[in-house]
Design a protein around this ligand. Structure first.
Ligand code: PLP
Length: 404
């Protein structure tokens, strides 16, 4: 195969077409580009809520904004703690600090790269106000024991589903298991309008607060509106809403294709020493935002770095580690660079909450050292999967032979 693999960063890996154009044209002709007056973002929210089977969905301007909206609705006191994964997008962490709360990092299970009830439990304390989980790469966290933990303490769970549209845990769609689900519509996600996000919940009071937070806490349609608390303008425009809405009817088919392709690649990699396909629990459905290999450097000489380099020589954008370092190793956490020179809200934190020594995170260290993220999107066909499989076999075989 000589053509490059489809990329979700351009038309080769995305599926925009006449549906998007028609809705965009309709919005432009209407002259109403703002969602407070238009109907397209409202339709998108309704359709998304129906798709998930949830009472409320609100669109907003990014996944980061969506996560911020979730945290703001939970309304922690300054210095309260939210347990989170250090292997996630910074968009799921920065909003915690913006709301004056402290992310307390839980270790991850090296096999799935997800937090578990066992890794979360030691992080819980008197100041824990919420648990945030990321369904990394589209692979659902084992939610039942996590929800049991949260219920026992009477605290909410935020599910970051930015990479996990229509993934399922024990038959239920992720985003509807916890208290609030958060989604991103950024360029590389399962549904996109360039930038955008969504929050979903079954809780009427949280839904009301989230809608206000996206709208500067101005209650549109209220008899006596006022700016009732500190909040931002996080609205999605009608133009973005049109592009996102047009994709929804095709979402399930796109996810199904990602899953079918993943099954094909998983089968092709079976019995390849030192290389593992994603580990999916039998009671869950992985939505395959990305297909991640786990590479055992004890078995495959050179490990993930050598394999990644070989695949890149074949034009495959294979990325070792996913993120270069865990979130707590980034300067914002190491230097506590926040508001002026104040270091707030880190100044409010318990010292143990800021203990970022690698020995506390053996799962994170092991996972990042063995992860190889492969490109993956809705436009992959069997020939692309077969090409990937052949390149992986060839590269792994070469590394084994050269070391022998
Ligand atoms: C993409 C992403 C976000 C942030 O979304 P943006 O739309 O880029 O702000 C948050 N969490 C996870 C897990 C993501 O993948």
């Amino acid at each position: 195969m000589n053509e490059p693999l489809p990329s979700d960063q351009d038309a080769s890996g995305r599926s925009f077409g006449d549906g998007e154009l028609a809705l965009l044209a309709e919005v432009l002709r209407s002259g109403t580009l703002c969602s407070t007056r238009g109907s397209v973002v409202r339709s998108f929210e309704r359709r998304f809520a129906e798709t998930l089977g949830v009472r409320h969905a609100w669109a907003c301007s990014s996944g980061t904004a969506a996560f911020h909206t979730a945290v703001a609705a939970i309304d922690p006191e300054p210095g309260d703690e939210i347990v989170a994964s250090p292997v996630t997008d910074m968009g799921a962490l920065a909003p915690i600090l913006y709301q004056g709360a402290i992310p307390v990092f839980a270790d991850i299970d090296a096999a799935t790269c997800n937090v578990t009830a066992a890794t979360i439990e030691p992080c819980l304390g008197a100041r824990t106000r919420a648990i945030a989980v990321t369904h990394l790469f589209g692979n659902p966290c084992d939610m039942r024991p996590i929800l049991d933990l949260a219920r026992g303490r009477g605290i909410p769970v935020i599910e970051d589903c930015a990479q996990a549209f229509l993934a399922r845990d024990r038959g239920r769609t992720v985003g509807t298991l916890g208290t609030i689900g958060v989604f991103s519509l950024q360029q590389g996600k399962h549904v996109t309008c360039g930038e955008g996000g969504l929050v979903v919940t079954d809780d009427d009071a949280l839904a009301r607060r989230m809608n206000l937070f996206i709208n500067k806490a101005w209650g549109y349609g209220d008899p006596h509106p006022d700016h009732t608390f500190l909040a931002l303008n996080y609205r999605l425009s009608e133009l973005q809403g049109a592009v996102a809405l047009a994709q929804l009817p095709r979402l399930a088919a796109f996810v199904a294709r990602r899953i079918a392709n993943a099954a094909r690649l998983t089968a092709a990699l079976r019995n390849l020493p030192g290389i593992g396909a994603p580990q999916v629990r039998p009671e869950s459905v992985h939505a395959y935002w990305r297909f991640c290999l786990r590479v055992d450097s004890e078995v495959l000489p050179g490990g993930v770095v050598a394999l990644g380099a070989r695949l890149r020589e074949r034009g495959i954008a294979a990325a070792p580690r996913y993120i270069q370092k865990p979130a707590f190793a980034c300067e914002v956490f190491q230097q506590q660079r926040t508001f002026g020179a104040s270091r707030w809200p880190f100044t409010l934190a318990r010292p143990e909450a800021l203990d970022y020594r690698p020995c506390r995170f053996p799962g994170v260290v092991a996972a990042l050292d063995s992860l190889l993220v492969l490109p993956w999107n809705e436009r992959f066909e069997e020939k692309h999967v077969d090409f990937l499989a052949a390149c992986i076999h060839e590269a792994a075989g070469g590394l084994m032979r050269e070391a022998a």
